[in-house]
Every structure is written in C-alpha cells, then in structure tokens.
Design a protein around this ligand. Structure first.
Ligand code: IPM
Ligand code: MG
Length: 370
C-alpha cells in the first residue's frame, strides 16, 4: 500500500532521531511491500531561522495532505532563556496541533523488564506498569486568553473547556479502557478549578455508556504522588492539557528514560506521532540521543494506519535491542551505542528477525544475520 508521510524533523536532536525512525519505516516498507513517500517540512526554531515563522503555511499544507505526520522535537535555548521573545519555536507545534485539530494525545508508559534497574524507582513498585495517558491537547490553559499588563506587572492565562471538548476525548479514553483492563482514572483539580468540575460532571454522565469500565477520580497533586508510589494501580488516565503535560514527563521516570516514550496526537482528519522528549540541545549532532521514542512513535503511526503486523515488527525489534543492550548512553552507560547504530540494528532486525546475531558485526554497525 502507498502512504504519504509528512516528516518534520524539527530542532536539536529531532533530525537525528527521526532519521532512525525513517530507517525503521523503510525496513517495514521493504519487508511488507509498502510504499512510504516522505515529504519533509519545517517547524520550530529551524523554521524561524529560515522563514521567520515557526510554522510556515507550507508545513500545514504538507501535513493536511498526509496520511500521517512524523515529528521529532522542538525548542532552542536561545528562545527558552529569552522571556521577551516575540516568536517562539513551541508556538509552531501548538498551532499545528490546533490547526489540525489534534485533540487527543495518547502517551503509553511501560516498565520494560530489561530497564527496570535504570529507573530511580524501586523495582517492586514499577514492575509490570502499563499505563495509557489520554491528554487533551487543543484546549485549556495552553490556548486560553493570555494577557500581560502594559506596565508588565501582571500576567494571566485563561483556562477554558467545553463539554464538547471533554466528551470527544473522554469517549476515546473510555473505549481504550474497554480494550485494556477496563479502568479509567480522571485526573483533575475539581476541589479548586471550575473547569475540573466540568470535566468531572461530564465524564461521570458518560460512564453509564461504558458500564464495563470502572471510573475513578484523582486530584492531580495526589495523582502525581500515586504515580511514583504505586503506578500499577493505573490503566487509562484521562486528563486535561497542562496536567497531562506534567504527569506524562513524571511517568516517563517509570520506564527508565524519557527517551523511550512515544506519543500519538490524533484528530478527526489527521494524526501526528512524536516522542514526548524535547530537543535536548546539549546532545545535538553528537549521535548520542536515544532514538527509541521516535522509532516507537513510528510504530504508533503504523498502528494508526491499520498496519498492525508492521507495528509489531518495530516493537519486537525495539524489544530485542533492549534485551541485547544495543542502547544509547541514557539506558546503557557502560557500553553505549550511538544513535545511528541503534537505528541500524533496529532496521536490520525488522528485515531479519532472527536471534542468531553476529555480535562483532553489530559493533561494526552492520548487524547482519549469520
Ligand atoms: C509536550 C511538550 C510541548 C507541550 C511543548 C514543547 C510545547 O512539552 O509535547 O509535552 O507542552 O505540550
Ligand atoms: Mg511536555
């Protein structure tokens, strides 16, 4: 089958990790006889440098025409450290999410057996953790009215949600729970925030449509604590934009590295797949960043296109790389492999999913099977 994939490498380590995800997709195309046609587009600091705009119109057009979008990372320290900057790289991503209506962000969090020792959390606490975070992505405080008083002494960010916005993502979260362990936790701050009370009321009213799902509520401060104390209690977490941003970074600690967490941002017409990590500018160009989150994002992209066997082929290759310790320094400090070599191994393994691997060749960067 033929698919058009928009590719936005973005800033920092984005281009390096996306190159590995493309290698994995190319292997999938070869093995399963598909044709993936990539169109590259600009977004973020690199787009500001070239065009003055973090999200050029051309990028939106390329994305709209695509079957799926693969995105790397966004951000650059020269903007982070300048609160008065008029344009910021992140505006590009936020506008793209909004323009394409990508309201549902799914972030799976798993404790991989092989990496349990990497997590600063105790093994018994995290072993077997498998959470799917449903983060609302196009509303709330991220997109509310922002104001800075003329004298620069007061600022505000409005947070607004409608029943429509809550219901459309809540349906998806309930359905995900039905296909998993049938447990949904709404994370909010309903003891303080009016928007959270609307979330609670709306989601509670929907529960009767999903009688097989147990619905629970947790205040976000408690949820932040529970995620570290007992992450296994969670199945699907549903939450608003800002809380989802925060607790998904927190949850990444369970997996041992933020370099492992992939995500899907889905709307009615389009879908974008990206690692949850940032642009890691200190590592840019050094071939040390973990490409797994990007590669796993490519797997989520295939899943979205209905290519389930193909997605599994990527997941198995990632699993194998972890088992063999063919990993970057964040999860393998003793014998780290470069970003590109991890990518080479994974794309080779997709083509030759065999256990008989010639280790000396892996070290040479050619993981040919003997
Ligand atoms: C994320 C990121 C973004 C967000 C930034 C880069 C705007 O942290 O995808 O989690 O806050 O949504
Ligand atoms: Mg974030």
């Amino acid at each position: 089958m033929k698919f058009n994939i928009a590719v936005i490498p973005g800033d920092g380590i984005g281009p390096e990790v996306i190159a590995q995800a493309k290698k994995a997709l190319d292997s999938v195309a070869e093995v399963f006889n598909h044709n993936f046609s990539y169109t590259e587009a600009l977004m973020g600091a690199c787009a500001i440098d070239k065009t003055g705009n973090p999200l050029p119109d051309e990028t939106v057009k390329v994305c709209e025409k695509s079957d799926a979008i693969l995105f790397g990372a966004i951000g650059d320290p020269k903007y982070d450290n300048d609160p008065s900057a008029k344009v910021r790289p992140e505006q590009g991503l936020l506008r793209l999410r909004k323009d394409l209506g990508l309201f549902c962000n799914v972030r799976p969090v798993k404790a991989y057996d092989k990496l349990i020792a990497n997590s600063p959390l105790k093994k018994e606490r995290i072993e077997g953790t498998d959470i799917s975070i449903y983060r609302e992505l196009t509303g709330g405080i991220y997109f509310g009215t922002k104001e800075l008083s003329e004298d620069g002494q007061t600022a505000s960010d409005g947070c607004k949600y409608s029943v429509f916005e809550i219901e459309r993502i809540a349906h998806l979260a309930f359905k995900a729970a039905q296909n998993r362990r049938k447990h949904l936790t709404l994370v909010d701050k309903a003891n303080v925030l009016e928007t959270s009370r609307l979330w609670r009321k709306t989601v509670t009213a929907m529960a009767s449509q999903y009688p097989d799902v147990t619905l629970e509520f947790l205040f976000v401060d408690n949820a932040a604590m529970q995620l570290i104390l007992n992450p296994k209690q969670f199945d699907v977490i549903l939450t608003e934009n800002l809380f989802g941003d925060i607790i998904s970074d927190e949850a990444s600690v369970i997996g041992g590295s933020i370099g492992l967490l992939a995500s899907a941002s889905v709307g009615k017409e389009n879908a974008l797949f990206e690692p949850i990590h940032g642009s890691f500018p200190q590592a840019k160009g050094k071939d040390i960043a973990n490409p797994l989150a990007s590669i796993l994002s490519a797997s989520m992209l295939l899943e979205h296109l209905g290519l389930h066997k193909e997605a599994t082929a990527i997941d198995n290759a990632v699993q194998k790389s972890l088992e063999l310790g063919i990993s970057t320094e964040d999860i393998n400090s003793e014998n780290p492999f470069p970003t590109s070599k991890v990518g080479d191994f994974i794309s080779d393994y997709i083509q030759n999913p065999d256990d008989d691997i010639n280790f000396s060749n892996i070290h040479m960067g050619q993981s040919t099977i003997i």
